[in-house]
Design a protein around this ligand. Structure first.
Ligand code: FES
Ligand code: FES
Length: 168
């Protein structure tokens, strides 16, 4: 069964007819040519496919495209603004926060979503003061909040340092 819809990706409309079984990851990569989000596990376990929907991070491999009709989607290609690279992108470069870089698009989208969650005062499993307006994003908090994104070559120290710099 196919459904007509209009995706809004990085501020641009994409009218499409999609199979109801199609995942957002396949739609982005195979049909829209947005190959930033990577297909790692395709099972929701590595975070390589992370994108933002309504500003919140989702694993695109576990998201059916029909469920995100007319909702703002941001991929790594859309993080850069009119002023240039997103502060997270600059910090990742400065802190050498990637090696192969396969996981980097997901790490960047997840970091952007994570900072937004902290700004909203959302606690994590390691937040000491769950009533705080904004949890302090120390290394333990950053590692916990980014734990859904795996990096097989171990760039974690750089990733944590980059996010810590932007979160200050
Ligand atoms: S490809 Fe989606 S979580 Fe691994
Ligand atoms: S830099 Fe993340 S998997 Fe290599």
């Amino acid at each position: 069964m196919t459904v007509d819809l209009e995706l809004s990706v990085n501020g641009r409309p994409y009218p499409l007819s999609v199979d109801t079984r199609e995942t957002l990851l396949d739609t982005l990569r195979e049909r829209l040519g947005l190959a930033g989000a990577k297909k790692g596990c395709d099972h929701g376990q590595c975070g390589a496919c992370t994108v933002l929907v309504d500003g919140r991070r989702v694993t695109a491999c576990l998201t059916l495209t029909v469920t995100v009709d007319d909702r703002p989607i941001t991929t790594v290609e859309g993080l850069e603004g009119p002023g240039g690279l997103h502060p997270l992108q600059k910090a990742f470069i400065e802190h050498d926060a990637f090696q192969c870089g396969y996981c980097t698009p997901g790490q960047l989208c997840s970091a952007a979503g994570m900072l937004e969650e902290a700004d909203r005062g959302w606690p994590s499993a390691v937040t000491a003061d769950v009533a705080a307006d904004r949890p302090v994003l120390d290394e333990e908090e950053i590692r916990e909040r980014m734990s859904g994104n795996l990096c097989r070559c171990g760039a974690y120290p750089g990733i944590v340092a980059a996010i810590a710099e932007v979160s200050r």
